[in-house]
Design a protein around this ligand. Structure first.
Ligand code: SAH
Ligand code: SF4
Length: 383
């Protein structure tokens, strides 16, 4: 039974309808799957079959496979250890997909934001955040997002389409191709889109990111962020690798959460937290602080209770104003008070610095900005 109708925001109407058809099968993707859309094990067997059919020696498979992810090449023509004639055949039969760099911005604090153009013209974002020896890449899983959280720039553009496994893991591959020393140490699915509404592709992309024949990034260094798509959380929890889970909470109370996040109507917070118990590793709560919406003492105390019950770490994020016309960020002073209130209740809370404030670095903002310049973006509805 739905008890929240009265509190629905104008955006609920479209987003709820869009949410019905979210699990798009891979066959519906606009580009034909390539070797880079397959898990490395499956890619290896496809290549091995082809090597036999093509009358090539078996060792060629072992020579070609690392060129997909481990020591990637932008095109087969760059693989100088392979005979020229074979490179040409590979280019015909197994062309290597690329993401075209549309724009890159570098912030004064070292944060780098990439806007990639996909084959069908869609634009997606990744953000590289260096911090000491750690390089965290924030990647996108969908073009746009159907869920319409009122503070989020991606939410204002609506759902465009799911990304393929290559389009997800390829965001890392492109960085490595440009400069191997930029290879991220950590991955967070906190770019555009809701990863658990694109499970088949995210499932394969996780394998590519993690497997030693893929990008070899440890599962504990890969975090999937979700608003709480319960069927997807169950699938993620069932994987043996122990990827990390972040829940975009943004309010500790179902009634106060709904006007910020329409998904609350479909998956209630209480059930989302129940589903999160299937994760053995410590989970994180993401909490964007918005003045007057979720930053009262009552919010802090309710949040502390939930975090204690779940053993969760709390990430407090200053609202990036560019993603949320009409909403005001909580002041830095109030953010500190809020964090201290959590800490005095024994909660591990971290205030994340707002990185890349000068380069539209919150989720979805660069695409919105670029399209606004071209006059393509539709006006966001009022929050
Ligand atoms: N859809 C998933 C993953 C992508 S959004 C999810 O919501 O968890 C990833 C993060 O970007 C979320 O935690 C969200 O809170 C944050 N975000 C979106 N808009 C923001 C803004 N205007 N300021 C700060 N963080 C924002
Ligand atoms: Fe979608 Fe996440 Fe943005 Fe909400 S915060 S609109 S779920 S991308």
């Amino acid at each position: 039974m739905d008890t929240h109708d009265g509190a629905a925001t104008p955006r609920d109407v479209t987003t709820t309808a869009q949410m019905q058809g979210y699990l798009v099968p891979m066959s519906a993707l606009p580009t034909a799957p390539t070797l880079l859309d397959l898990s490395p094990t499956v890619a290896a067997s496809r290549l091995a079959e082809w090597v036999v059919e093509a009358g090539l020696p078996g060792y060629r498979t072992r020579q070609l496979l690392p060129r997909l992810w481990q020591r990637p090449v932008g095109a087969w023509s760059e693989a100088s250890d392979i005979p020229a004639e074979l490179r040409e055949r590979l280019q015909q039969i197994w062309p290597l997909s690329r993401l075209e760099l549309a724009t890159m911005q570098t912030s004064a604090d070292g944060t780098r934001k990439y806007l990639w153009r996909l084959q069908d013209g869609e634009l997606i974002e990744s953000v590289l955040i260096p911090s000491g020896a750690r390089r965290t890449l924030c990647i996108s899983s969908q073009a746009g997002c159907a869920l319409g959280c009122v503070f989020c720039a991606t939410g204002t553009m609506g759902f465009r389409r799911n990304l393929s496994p290559f389009e997800i893991a390829g965001q890392v591959r492109e960085l490595v191709l440009r400069d191997p020393s930029d290879k991220p140490t950590n991955i967070v699915f906190m770019g555009m889109g809701e990863p658990l509404l694109n499970w088949p592709a995210v499932d394969t992309a996780l394998t590519i990111l993690n497997s030693p024949e893929g990008l070899g990034i440890g599962a504990r260094h890969i975090t999937v962020s979700t608003v709480g798509i319960i069927p997807g959380m169950e699938k993620l929890a069932a994987r043996p690798e122990q990827f990390r889970l972040a829940i975009s909470l943004h309010s500790p109370d179902e009634e106060r959460r709904l006007p910020l996040m329409p998904i609350e109507k479909k998956y209630h917070l209480k059930q989302v937290l129940e589903a999160a118990k299937a994760f053995s590793k410590r989970i994180t709560f993401e909490y964007v602080l918005i003045a007057g919406k979720n930053d009262t003492n009552r919010d802090a105390d309710d949040l502390a209770r939930l975090a204690r019950r779940m053993g969760a770490l709390v990430n407090l994020l200053p609202l990036h104003p560019g993603g949320a016309p009409g909403l005001t960020p909580t002041t830095p002073h109030r953010i500190r008070e809020f964090a201290d209130r959590l800490k005095t209740q024994g909660i591990e809370a971290v205030v994340r610095r707002s990185r890349g404030l000068d380069i539209s670095a919150a989720c979805g903002q660069l695409r919105v900005e670029v399209e606004a310049r071209k006059g393509k973006h539709r006006e966001p509805s009022a929050p």
